[in-house]
Design a protein around this ligand. Structure first.
Ligand code: PHE
Length: 337
């Protein structure tokens, strides 16, 4: 072993350290040149056998080898570490984090859709309070005291003749008390009845009321308006029909059905094999109601309708049980976006 040999081993070791591409490879280099059975201890052992006059030079060369190779290994080690730290800051393969954004409740969705659909033909939104006077909920709507809907068993009565409104129709009264005709509003809102809760009944529910009063509003206008709405809501192909009915505040009164959007009227489970689904109560505003709010029944006519929001949501989205709408089960609610 001479000084040239030591120098060339040193160059070899420095090159190997610099070429190590990861910590394992670098450790192999360190073991080969500096480890217990490596190049350096062999070199030191060789020193003893060297002629005395060469020892000092060989010793310096061996020491230089040791210091240089150690430094090169350390150098490369910190280079590899900082390379790892400086790597991509984002792991693009990680699944995204759920931001927990809510979804729109089907009841809100139906109300929002209906507001937009009626808005396109000039209806604006009017609102009234949940706590109503008996006058606006019944009397002004031509509902006499002996009418079955005044049965105390059906209405949540409060103190002083106040009640939780059983329908959104009292908002018709509020609007007409405040405004001169023409009037064209829808009034979405919450209603309350002392119903026992089951798959199709809930003690509180929502309605969308509509009211259109002007110089010459006809039953044909009512039919056209409801047909437009139901087609926008349920599908372009559906037809509607009117069946005679009775409401104290409209004359004539009708119930409105649409041809089942699932079976196109052929009969299926959704329409209970009838081909038709009931969607609204409606009629021409009774002259007595106009007189109550100070409108002249000789000068104006109008139509009104009321429909159940839960019912629309249930037929539209195929919801079997009204209680799903109030259970706040995320597995159900997340399906509505
Ligand atoms: N208020 C009626 C109900 O709750 C529905 C309705 C509204 C009927 C307007 C006619 C006109 O059943």
């Amino acid at each position: 072993m001479d000084e040239n040999k030591i120098e060339s081993l040193k160059q070899e070791a420095l090159a190997a350290a610099a070429a190590a591409s990861n910590a394992d490879e670098l450790e192999q280099v360190r073991i080969r040149y500096l480890g217990r059975n490596g190049v350096l201890p062999a070199m030191m052992k060789g020193l003893k056998d060297a002629p005395p006059e060469a020892r000092a030079g060989l010793g310096r060369a061996a020491n230089d080898f040791k210091v240089s190779v150690q430094a090169a290994v350390e150098d490369r080690k910190s280079g590899l570490t900082s390379a790892r730290q400086a790597g991509p800051a984002f792991d693009l393969s990680l699944p995204g984090r759920w931001r927990g954004v809510g979804s729109m409740h089907p009841i809100s969705k139906v109300i929002e859709d209906a507001t937009r659909i009626f808005g396109r033909i000039g209806f604006t939104v009017a609102e009234g309070p949940d706590i109503e006077t008996a006058y606006r909920n019944f009397e002004a709507l031509n509902t006499p005291a002996h009418h079955p809907s005044l049965d105390p068993g059906d209405t949540f009565w409060l103190e002083d003749g106040m009640l939780l409104r059983t329908q959104t129709s009292p908002v018709q009264i509020r609007v007409m008390e405040r405004r001169k005709p023409p009037v064209r509003v829808i009034t979405p809102g919450r209603c309350y009845r002392r119903d026992t809760t089951d798959a199709t009944h809930s003690a509180n529910f929502h309605q969308i009321e509509g009211l259109y009063v002007d110089a010459a509003v006809s039953l044909g206008d009512l039919k056209g308006t409801l047909e437009y709405f139901i087609r926008e809501m349920m599908g372009a192909g559906v037809r509607i029909r009117f069946r005679p009915h009775f409401f104290p505040f409209t004359e004539p009164s009708v119930e409105c059905d649409f041809s089942c959007h699932v079976c196109a009227g052929n009969g299926c489970r959704v329409c209970k094999n009838s081909g038709w689904i009931e969607i609204a109560g409606a009629g021409m505003v009774d002259p007595r109601v106009f007189r109550k709010v100070g409108y002249d029944p000789e000068a104006v006519t109008g139509f009104a309708f009321g429909m159940g929001v839960e019912r629309i949501a249930m037929v539209k989205y195929g919801i079997q049980d009204i209680r799903m709408l109030y259970a706040n089960d995320l597995r159900f609610l997340e399906q509505f976006r």
